[in-house]
Design a protein. Structure first.
Lengths: 269, 283
């Protein structure tokens, strides 16, 4: 029987939200470089957890490990456990397809496939081609509405997705991920390569989505983190330094490093 | 003029001269073939069978025979070449194995064409007892075409940004689905281009097929897989051996012009298909 892990007490300040993802003593090596060093972190269900830290701190490696996309990287070695809904993703999931449909991921650079907008939304569905036209259209509409893209593209669903702007492409990528009905959304700097207006639109979208999804967001943008995070994880030099609710992390962090980074964007670790 | 300017001028003019020389040789060669070949060219020449050991009549069955050989070779080689390119690109993780596969493919590309003919003669005709067979000729041509198609396919698949692979894996697609739905649609233009380039080379080959697949005269179309076939390159070779006969020589020029035209068609098709298919795959 599996037990659902609870979010650990962080620096004496407990959070009562159950953890959707529990990372414990997790290490990653790639090409002999030790990238993650004994990382332990708990990501609460529902809401937005922002993972922040300087470049090279291991934020992206951590979320790329959570849906095992790093398995595709030659030389990737890991030790430790990541539990999702109580199941170890490395030992309890024989089928990566199931894991990756339950834990969806959106990358920094929008990557739409050279197909139509509608085909992009349906791309990840296992039985997408067997669906009736009406069902396909319904799924396309539902997911494009979820990312507030329906009004902009409803009359040109058959046009190539590459004709969309960067911000629209990124929202399409989120719609494509939502279409496979994940429980967790991993986002690796999704606003880093789009214009500020599109970035704000994506933030608004994430605030809507957090009602239904557990969202893990890697970001370098501390202002964005202040605007939308419910929970913050601070990483530095491959280690998890501190985590807690937004209020605690911004107003009363336990570590000096955290305070310096979150207030001055500076880290000397 | 300073030394630097002089060296620069020498370099630019040398490069220009080399280009002009190259263009001149090519133009002269093609011009001579067209000039002499046009004398033999008429509908009758293209649409009738050869007679009198090729000295009279046309080259209809030689054209069909050559196309038959390369079409069958294409059917045989394409799946193997695409499979090899995909395996090299997506499945080989060991650098040593990758280097070995690269060396093997480049070595295969460097083997002289007559060696393929001798191999075919010994292995298929003598050991397996197939006899002189156009199908065996296609197999040998397919082996010769393999490296070109593998390399162009591999290059086109390998140039697909890894972001596409990651985006597809992140949606839960299996490796096979990523290959079928992401890599092949975007990389197929490389395979088609490689195929047409390889075809342009293969259709003009004489040495690999003359021992194992062709007859010089006396036959029209093959009735079975193990029948011989007449082809344009071997027909030109046979006619060139009758160089003292002006009719045979004229037909040799005519057959050369037709062969050159086929090579030109394949080469131009390769260029256009690359542009067109790449455009489609990126839409």
């Amino acid at each position: 029987m599996t037990t659902k892990p609870q979010l650990k007490v962080v620096d004496g300040k407990a959070t009562d939200t159950p953890a959707a993802i529990d990372v414990s003593d997790f290490n990653v090596w790639c090409c002999e470089a030790h990238i993650l060093n004994n990382v332990s972190a708990q990501f609460p269900a529902r809401g937005i957890t922002c993972i922040v830290g300087p470049s090279g701190s291991g934020k992206s490696t951590l979320i790329r490990s959570i849906n095992r996309i790093n398995d595709e990287v030659p030389g990737f070695i890991h030790k430790g456990a990541i539990r999702f809904d109580g199941r170890d993703i490395f030992t309890d999931y024989n089928d990566l397809t199931t894991l990756r449909t339950e834990i969806g991921m959106v990358f920094q650079k929008p990557c739409v496939f050279p197909k139509s907008i509608a085909e992009n939304v349906l791309f990840g569905l296992r039985d997408g081609r067997k669906l009736s036209t009406a069902d396909r259209l319904m799924i396309v509409e539902e997911n494009l509405r979820a990312v507030s893209l329906w009004k902009e593209v409803s009359k040109r669903l058959d046009e190539s997705a590459t004709s969309l702007s960067g911000g629209q492409q990124q929202r399409l990528c989120i719609a494509r991920t939502l279409a496979v009905k994940p429980k967790i959304l991993l986002l690796d700097e999704p606003t880093a390569s789009v214009d500020p207006v599109s970035g704000r639109a994506i933030e608004e979208l994430l605030l809507e989505l957090k009602k239904d999804y557990t969202i893990l967001l890697v970001t370098h943008d501390l202002a964005q983190c202040r605007r939308i995070a419910d929970h913050i994880v601070f990483m530095c030099d491959g280690e998890m330094i501190e985590q807690g609710s937004r209020q605690i992390m911004l107003e009363a962090p336990a570590h000096e490093k955290t305070a310096r980074y979150l207030n001055d964007s500076f880290c000397d670790c | 003029m300073s030394n630097r300017a002089l060296i620069n001028a020498i370099f630019v003019n040398s490069a220009r001269s080399a280009t002009v020389l190259c263009g001149f040789v090519l133009t002269f060669l093609i011009g001579v073939i067209i000039w002499n070949g046009m004398n033999a060219m008429n509908i009758q020449f293209l649409l009738s069978a050869s007679r009198n050991f090729g000295a009279s009549g046309g080259i209809l069955y030689q054209i069909i025979g050559s196309l038959l050989l390369v079409i069958m070779a294409s059917i045989l080689v394409l799946p193997v070449a695409i499979g090899t390119a995909l395996f090299k690109s997506e499945y080989i993780t060991s650098p040593t194995l990758f280097r070995i596969s690269n060396t093997l493919i480049y070595s295969l590309n460097g083997i002289p064409s007559v060696t393929f003919g001798i191999f075919g003669l010994i292995f298929f005709v003598n050991v397996l007892g197939t006899g002189i067979s156009w199908f065996v000729g296609s197999i040998i041509l397919a082996i010769m075409m393999l490296p070109t198609i593998v390399l162009t396919t591999y290059q086109s698949i390998n140039s697909i940004p890894s972001a596409y692979r990651e985006a597809a894996y992140a949606l839960g697609l299996t490796k096979w689905q990523v290959i079928w739905r992401v890599l092949l649609p975007q990389g197929i233009h490389g395979a088609i281009t490689g195929l047409l380039i390889a075809l342009a080379r293969a259709i003009g080959e004489t040495a690999p097929i003359m021992f194992i697949a062709t007859a010089f005269s006396g036959i029209n179309l093959p009735g079975a897989l193990n029948d011989p076939v007449v082809t344009l390159p071997t027909h030109i070779l046979a006619l060139a051996q009758q160089a003292t006969n002006p009719d045979a020589l004229q037909n040799a020029w005519g057959a050369s012009l037709v062969l050159l035209t086929l090579v030109f068609i394949f080469s131009i098709s390769a260029l256009f298909s690359r542009m067109h298919l790449k455009e489609i795959s990126q839409r």
